[in-house]
Ligand binder design. Structure first.
Ligand code: PMP
Length: 373
């Protein structure tokens, strides 16, 4: 990397110049935060805060319909799929998937692609036999197993993938057409790119990365997978019963749904999922270019599997990590430490992260390398 400017010209961060690169809960568009603040005491002229509205009243039902409609349009969800809004985050679904989708004794296929897939597998094993179709473990999760290596079980109830490994910085670029239902944890990349929805039996995602705030888990599930609940499963955790009751079997996470409504409108205003995908590509390519051209930074992930959403990299000299993170924070570049289980640096580039945040980070990385490289 050529040092063609003087490091003392580093801009200092001001109040409005912070960029939050957290993996989630993630940054929200500033305009959206302002709107939430503005609307909080009196929602849609009702004289009540959204926080005080009954979930069975017409205004809140209308809001839920708007969220579903926007999701259907943005993702082109076919009419034979239900959209469910549940509590409990994606981790809760790790256990609910086998409980809802498998007959007693039936097994499920899992692709072991990284940290989050391993979590999903460990939880599924508490409820059903699990077959690992392929594992990236032998590459220390720096590459995804080739689809030709997957050993699928045709009797499996479903095959589970993690479309984007948030902690490892790996992202599936293609989704196979399988004879068993394909189930995907898309917690960190749903709504960042268009999808061939009809290839999936079920998609689930926590909301606090690309769809607003924590507390809401979104499910998109094909109608034929909605089965009578397993004995002992609490009703609000049954996909079929929630589908029957339009996700109102218990009080839905109303504030998170309201934030999702705002976020979906914002995504539409930006040009929809094609625009989100090209913005993500631009942001991540700037970072990968900077890393690959450097003698100080390194990204061990195989280039074809690198995530456009969570860019994970390391310093060749790990003793510099603490000063990198401290100086980055002083420059207004926040929450850059890698996942606790992985270490290094992780840059999360969810939909709300503007190009300017990445430009500032790349400029900082350049300056840091000039000082320490
Ligand atoms: N799956 C993936 C891919 C994730 O990134 C995360 C959160 N980082 C989770 C599952 C867990 O989500 P939650 O904490 O909302 O349960």
């Amino acid at each position: 990397m050529a040092c063609n400017f003087s490091p003392e010209h580093a801009p200092a961060a001001g109040r409005d110049e912070h960029y939050n690169f957290a993996a989630g809960p993630a940054m929200l568009p500033p305009a959206l935060l302002a709107q939430i603040q503005d609307e909080l005491p009196d929602w849609r002229g009702s004289g009540l805060s959204l926080l005080e509205h009954s979930f069975t009243g017409a205004p809140f039902k209308q809001l839920m319909q708007e969220v579903e409609q926007d999701l259907r349009e943005l993702l082109t969800i076919p009419s034979n799929y239900h959209v469910l809004f549940m509590h409990g985050g994606a981790c809760c679904q790790f256990g609910l998937l086998p409980m809802n989708l498998l007959a007693p004794g039936q097994s499920a296929d899992y692709l072991e692609s990284g940290y989050w897939a391993a979590k999903a597998i460990a939880e599924a094993r508490r409820h059903a036999p699990v077959n690992i179709v392929a594992s990236g473990q032998r590459d220390s999760f720096t590459a995804l197993p080739e689809p030709s290596e997957w050993r699928l079980d045709p009797r499996a109830g479903y095959c589970h993938i993690t479309s984007n490994e948030t902690a490892n910085g790996l992202q599936l670029q293609h989704f196979p057409e399988l004879s068993v239902p394909l189930v995907a944890d898309m917690s960190s990349d749903l709504l960042t790119r268009p999808l061939p929805l009809e290839r999936f039996g079920l998609i689930y995602a926590s909301a606090q990365k690309n769809l607003g705030i924590a507390g809401l888990c979104l499910l998109i599930v094909r109608d034929d997978l909605l089965k009578a609940p397993r004995a002992g499963l609490p009703s609000p955790f049954s996909y079929a019963l929630q589908a029957e009751q339009q996700s109102r079997l218990c009080t839905p996470p109303s504030f998170a749904l309201y934030c999702a409504a705002l976020m979906l409108r914002w995504i539409r205003q930006q040009g929809g999922l094609a625009a989100m995908a090209s913005a993500s590509r631009r942001k991540s390519e700037k970072l990968y270019r900077c890393i690959d051209a450097s003698d100080l930074y390194q990204c061990p992930q195989r280039p074809s599997d690198r995530s456009a959403i969570n860019v994970c990299f390391q310093l060749r000299d790990n003793r510099l990590l603490t000063s990198f993170l401290q100086q980055a924070a002083q420059a207004g570049l926040l929450n850059l430490p890698g996942h606790a289980a992985i270490g290094g640096i992780r840059v999360s580039l969810y939909n709300a992260m503007p190009q300017a945040g990445v430009d500032r980070l790349v400029a900082f990385m350049h300056r840091f390398e000039c000082r320490h490289g």
